[in-house]
Design a protein around this ligand. Structure first.
Ligand code: 13P
Length: 251
């Protein structure tokens, strides 16, 4: 089964750094059936797009729900399409925590993105406290249902879910790694999301990615877990050899 591997570069990579990344990535990447998406910062997008022959699609990390107007510093779905973007990450825990994005705002973003024909990578995930309090499934269900509210049947085909336990996302310091969930924990949550997808979206095969300290060391173990259709990768996606190793997955 082919996988979907999405790089979330977050607030990293100038154009010069991206070019250096691709020069090195080209040495490692093989022809693959996997779908690769690189979600770049807005300013780096033209450079990333130019290197697309390396076999990936251009993604974005944010979008505003409005079509245009008085939203200083924001980018609309139409602008993303104009920049040749085909996928966009929505609902990331960093945007929820650092920019106060709530489920209804996320829902509005999803509607705007799918209306513009973009594929949405919709992130959900519980914090460490929520997990400790036994609220994981409750939190995920609420994020899922509220984020997906009133999304039309056609639009649902263009949605990918990313399960990102907030406690597993690396803080960017390689000396302080975050814990990764056990395979059984990932399997349990992905099965739960699969069920939610069937019930809420009437979709039997909505892709479900795993995200949170996924890297070149653990991806083989993660990719064989049932209901894991790929990965959303932060830190390891900044290292060409590591990201290429993940993209080269073949099983
Ligand atoms: P890390 O892979 O660095 O833990 O980041 C995960 C993430 O937030 C991807 O969106």
């Amino acid at each position: 089964m082919s996988k979907m591997i999405v790089a979330n570069w977050k607030m990293n990579m100038t154009s010069a750094q991206a070019n250096e990344f691709f020069d090195e990535y080209a040495k490692h990447i093989k022809k693959t059936k996997n779908k690769v998406v690189i979600c770049a910062p807005f300013t780096t997008m033209p450079t990333v797009f130019k290197r697309r022959r390396l076999g990936f699609k251009l993604g974005a990390q944010n979008v505003h729900p409005a079509e245009n107007g008085t939203h200083t510093g924001e980018i609309s779905a139409k602008m993303l399409v104009d920049a040749k973007v085909t996928s966009v990450i929505i609902g990331h825990s960093e945007r929820r925590a650092q920019f106060g994005e709530c489920n209804s705002f996320i829902n509005a973003k999803i509607k705007a993105a799918v209306a513009a024909g973009l594929q949405v990578i919709f992130c959900i995930g519980e914090t460490a406290d929520e997990r400790e309090m036994g609220k994981t499934f409750e939190v995920l269900k609420k994020q899922f249902i509220e984020g997906m509210a009133d999304i039309g049947a056609e639009a649902k085909k263009n949605i990918v879910i990313a399960y990102e336990p907030v406690w597993a996302i690396s803080g960017g310091d390689p000396n302080k790694p975050s814990p990764t969930p056990k395979s059984a924990e990932i399997a349990e949550v992905h099965a739960f999301i699969r069920k939610l997808g069937k019930k809420q979206l009437k979709s039997s095969r909505i892709p479900i990615l795993y995200g949170g300290s996924a890297n070149d060391k653990n991806f083989k173990e993660i990719f064989v877990i049932e209901n894991v259709d790929g990965a959303l990768v932060g830190g390891a996606s900044l290292v060409p050899s590591k990201f290429a190793a993940m993209c080269n997955f073949n099983k």
